[in-house]
Write a protein that binds this ligand. Structure first.
Ligand code: FRU
Length: 461
């Protein structure tokens, strides 16, 4: 059988290219995932919104393409709101419209404006005749609208990536928008070109806190240098800020000395949350722009991470997001204890680990992917995990090993989810998440355990 590296419980397009998740929304028991998609090739191209739905966030049903490029440009990333009160007038109270917000990117001039479309069957969309709805006089990078309910002003706000800033807009009807504020990234945290912002409200043990999550394109001179806790060396990274939202703008009032990372691995970008849901569930693109165009799968290219449920936790080092993978409970109950050398009969599984030591996934070709839990840190090493020849950057040293500092010093509980060509590690109750793609020539056939570490294995289907 040809190993095309297609994962089982991670979303991929039936064919061709995908990048960012878009318009993520929960409606009547179904999670809708729209996504950046080029249906005519396995490389990035004029962007469409693809569409899929899932009941469990692990198995997805493909739907027809939702939005195609038009005279205003390609359809870049954005979000969705189920307009239950029909404030937009695009539906009726009985048939509340799903309103989606996206960036039109002009393929020739690179000009970016924000547009909307709507649907009452949540599958076929009509573009608003008065598009665009938000424009900028001066900003070139001006994209990825994330619209959310604004409880302070009882309307809707939009967080928009605008150069090095996140701009906020307000609307009562989802169609007419006025600018209300600006947050500059990089005064604390990483600076650079912002992409795909999301603003989330948490009830923490110190009351309500808002978290501004975003993806960043770092300036060239930062690349390849250790940048924060654990070090991080890639050009594209996600980060988050913690603070307050007064209804007009966000302020990062809860500061940290170093930038905060929702994922310490290289392959999680542009993650955003599902709207119309109390629980904060995000899903990201499980790739990195550094090499996403060259990965050695052919029929499809690009996958999503697992969906993760977020919480805001107070640690000794201050507030941190925790992330837990969704939908795995029913597989975990069938877990069994395993020993060093355990023979694998599947390439989709979870491992729960406790203690200190190294967990290795390996095959007879001598390929090995490892996760090491030490005294101070946890690290993921893909230096010998499989193919690296497909892209120069992927083969570089800074793309091989990823480390995160442990928050608690007394032992560590971690969970590894492996699916064909993608590993996700969650440690210390989700305070640490790490995602990485690997391309073994042959599936890993055994699990190794070195050190004082106990493992429980479970299959996922
Ligand atoms: C992030 C991103 C977005 C943009 C989209 C284009 O990965 O660059 O900012 O909308 O991808 O496909």
């Amino acid at each position: 059988m040809k190993n095309d590296y297609r994962p089982v419980i991670h979303f991929t397009a039936e064919k061709n290219w995908i990048n960012d998740p878009n318009g993520t929304v929960y409606i009547n028991g179904e999670y809708h995932l729209f996504f950046q998609h080029y249906p005519h090739g396995n490389e990035w191209g004029p962007m469409y919104w693809g569409h899929a739905v899932s009941a469990d966030l692990l198995h997805w049903e493909h739907k027809p393409i939702a939005l195609s490029p038009d005279s205003l440009g390609y359809i870049f990333s954005g979000s969705a709101v189920l307009d239950k009160e029909n404030v937009s007038g695009f539906g009726t109270a009985e048939k509340p419209p799903l309103v989606v917000f996206y960036t039109n990117h002009d393929g020739d001039t690179a000009k970016e404006v924000q547009s909307i479309a709507y649907s009452t069957d949540y599958e076929n969309f009509k573009k608003y005749e008065k598009n665009p709805v938000v424009v900028s006089e001066s900003k070139k990078d001006f994209r990825d609208p994330k619209v959310f309910y604004n409880p302070v002003r009882n309307g809707y706000s939009m967080a928009l990536a605008a150069g090095n800033e996140i701009e906020f807009y307000f609307s009562a009807n989802l169609k007419d928008w006025e600018k209300t504020g600006t947050f500059e990234a990089g005064i604390h945290g990483f600076g650079g070109t912002c992409e795909c912002p999301d603003l989330l409200c948490f009830d923490s043990e110190e009351g309500q806190k808002w978290v501004l999550l975003m993806s960043m394109l770092l300036p060239e001179d930062k690349v390849g240098k250790p940048l924060c806790e654990g070090g991080y060396f890639m050009r594209h990274v996600m980060q988050y800020y913690i603070g307050e939202f007064d209804g007009d703008t966000f302020r990062d009032t809860v500061r940290n000395e170093v930038p905060l990372l929702p994922d310490f691995g290289p392959d999680n970008y542009a993650a955003v949350s599902f709207s119309n849901l109390e629980e904060k569930i995000i899903i990201g693109w499980g790739e990195n722009w550094a090499y996403a165009g060259d990965t050695p799968s052919t029929a499809f290219r690009g996958k999503m991470t697992l969906a993760r449920s977020l919480d805001l936790i107070k640690t000794e080092q201050g507030f941190r997001l925790s992330a837990k993978p969704c939908g795995l409970e029913r597989y975990r109950v069938c877990g069994e204890e395993i020993k060093d050398g355990y023979e694998l009969e599947t390439s989709v599984f979870g491992i729960r680990a406790e203690g200190k030591g190294k967990i290795r996934l390996y095959n007879e070709n001598g390929e090995e992917l490892s996760v090491e839990i030490g005294n101070e840190s946890i690290s993921l090493d893909r230096s010998r995990a499989g193919r690296k020849d497909f892209n120069e950057k992927f083969a570089k040293e800074e793309c091989e090993k990823f480390t995160a500092p442990l928050f608690t010093k007394e032992g560590c509980k971690a969970e590894i989810i492996f699916d064909t060509a993608f590993i996700e590690v969650f440690a210390e109750d989700g305070l640490i998440a790490m995602s990485a793609s690997v391309y073994p020539e042959k599936p890993y056939s055994r699990i190794g355990a070195d050190g004082d570490i106990r493992l429980r294995f479970y299959r996922i289907e």
